[in-house]
Every structure is written in C-alpha cells, then in structure tokens.
Design a protein around this ligand. Sequence first.
Ligand SMILES: NC(=O)c1ccc[n+]([C@@H]2O[C@H](COP(=O)([O-])OP(=O)(O)OC[C@H]3O[C@@H](n4cnc5c(N)ncnc54)[C@H](OP(=O)(O)O)[C@@H]3O)[C@@H](O)[C@H]2O)c1
Ligand SMILES: [Zn+2]
Length: 336
Amino acid sequence: MKRPHVLASAAVSIDGFLDDDTPDRLVLSGPADLDRVDAERAGVDAILVGAGTVRADDPRLLVRSERRRADRVVRGLDPSPLRVVLSAGALDPHARVFTEGRELADTVVLGGTPDEVLARLADQGVVRLMVEGGAAVHHDFLAAAVVDEIQLAVAPRLVGAGPRFTGAPAHAHLVETRRVGADVLLRYRLGDADGRWLAEACTLAERCPPSPSAFSVGCVVVGADGTVLATGYSRRDHVLDHAEEAALRDVDPDDPRLAGATMYTSLEPCGQRASRPVPCTQHILDAGIGRVVMAWREPPVFVGAPSGVARLADAGVTVVERPEFTELARRPNRHR
Ligand SMILES: NC(=O)c1ccc[n+]([C@@H]2O[C@H](COP(=O)([O-])OP(=O)(O)OC[C@H]3O[C@@H](n4cnc5c(N)ncnc54)[C@H](OP(=O)(O)O)[C@@H]3O)[C@@H](O)[C@H]2O)c1
Ligand SMILES: [Zn+2]
C-alpha cells in the first residue's frame, strides 16, 4: 500500500503520561522543545490529531514561525501543512483548527482505519505526515505498524495519572538523543535496518540549503555493527557539496570500519559530474565501501555516460535499490 512516511511526535512526562487527568491543558515540554516541534511541523505535508485532542486542547496545528512559513512558500508549499482531524463523531465547528489560520492551511476531517486514512492522504499528495496524538491515535497508529519514526520529548516532571503514550509490542531502534532546553528528545525508528537508515538519509535531505537547480540529497554511512560513521547532505559545507562527499569527508580514510560499512543515500551516487572533478562513485570506491542502498535512481544528466549504479556494480559494490522510498527522496526535489 502506498502511504506517507509517518512521524509520531509526543511530549511525555518521566512517568510516560501525555497529559494529567484534569480538564486544563497541560503543556509538558518547554519553549525550546515547542520550537523544535515547530521546525518538524514545517518539514511535513500534513499534521494529524484525533478528535479527543481537538476537544481537550483546541490546538491550531499551524507552523508558528513566520520565517519557517516563508521558507515553505519558497519551496512551493502552503505556509503551513494540511491539518487532519480524525473523527467519526461531532466536532465543534468553532474549534481553532477550523476557524484560525485558514489562510495558512486547509483542514480536513477523516475517518477509517489508519491504513485507510493513510491511503487517502497519500492520494492527496502527502509524503511526510506528522501524527501529534493524542493517546488513542498514537496507540492505533503504532498498533497498525504504520509509524516509521517516533519522537518523544521527555519533560522533567512526574504526572501520576492521565492518558499515556502506548502502542502494541514492537522493537524500536534509537537513532538520536538530544538535550532540548530542560527536555530530552529521544528519536526512534521502526522497520528493517536498511529501511530505517534509508529513511534517515531521506530526512537529512530535507536539511539541504535550497537550490533552484541542484539535487537535495541525504546520506548516512553505517558500520557493520550499526554505528553511524558519518552523515551528510547536499551543500552542507559548500555550495557544490554532494551529500556522499560531505559524509565521507568526516571519516578517516584509514578507518577499518569502512570496509564493512553500508552507505545509505536518497539519490543514486553520481557517476560523472560537471561541478567537481571527482564523482561520488569514485569517493565511495576510494573509501572501500562495499554496499550502497539507495532510494531513487538519478534521472540521466549526462546522456550516454555510465550511471553511478553501473560504475559501482562494475567495481564489485553491492547496490540495493528500495523504490518504495523514491517518493520520500523526491520530496525535497519537487521543484525539479
Ligand atoms: N503530550 C502530547 O504530546 C499530547 C499530544 C496530543 C494530545 N495529548 C493529550 O492526549 C489527550 C487526548 O487523547 P485521546 O486519546 O483522548 O484522544 P485522541 O487520540 O486525540 O482522539 C481520539 C478520538 O479521535 C477520533 N478517532 C481516532 N481514530 C479515528 C479513526 N481512525 N477514525 C475516526 N475517528 C478516529 C475518535 O473521535 P470521535 O469521537 O470524534 O469519533 C476518537 O475518540 C488529551 O489529554 C491531550 O492533552 C497530548
Ligand atoms: Zn555526487
């Protein structure tokens, strides 16, 4: 089934609660984390909550930062992502998600199973979806095994009673911990090992400084034991940087872990380039990396030249293509 990439985001107390059991709205995370969540919102196509959250918290579900809204417009997007409310019942038409920010984003009400909802959103062009809760929606999406990434901000307080963050039993893989003000961000990925690192590479591609003509690509180099050796994205240090060369710049060329490493890249590594003398395939071969997993085959730029894939395969590198990630890899390149 075609479905968006799903990011489940929540703030929890140390004891795992999403809220307390009083009717007042409890804001668990601090200002720095609210700003981090705002940046995540700016990077998706839609934000989804359940009717319970609309009734309890009356959120607007908008990107707050004017600069982030302007950046989205430059990228050809609405100032704020589509707002999606799940409901099979009655919703107050005066809820802020319907009355506020209508010039910034549309709001739709949907129902059905998580699979049905996601299929509908994919049909509407949603590639990255942020699920912001509440308890029932997080549980249902996790239990349906449609969540690709979990972002939990753990706030420094105990709540004692209220709705909890729960799912069905599953293993998640920790990809990042970060202190954000007084809170701690825990970032997990679900799914197979290749899939979660490829999704991570596609997410890095979203960080590329914009360019009207060049590709936005993300890259993660992972050792055989699952350690991240380096990450990169297009134009990271210099306007001509390709993601793969930026990543490999950070690794000691004599690092013995490179021999067993896999490079995950959102786009096929270039086999030929005009901007610099050494194409990324050569950097990969020089580094001794034996396996490359990619999401999207490069549309031909130099007609008749051997493709990056062909060059790597000829040199004995194992190349794996995961076309189910192509939409995710294309997302930061929509203008092309
Ligand atoms: N800490 C955080 O990050 C965070 C974030 C969000 C919310 N929260 C908290 O979470 C609590 C709300 O959670 P909750 O579990 O009560 O509510 P919820 O998960 O927000 O919404 C549940 C409701 O959504 C509708 N719904 C869910 N799935 C549906 C589907 N597949 N199809 C159609 N309708 C569907 C149903 O509403 P109908 O009755 O309309 O059918 C259901 O009763 C609040 O206390 C809020 O403060 C915390
Ligand atoms: Zn390249």
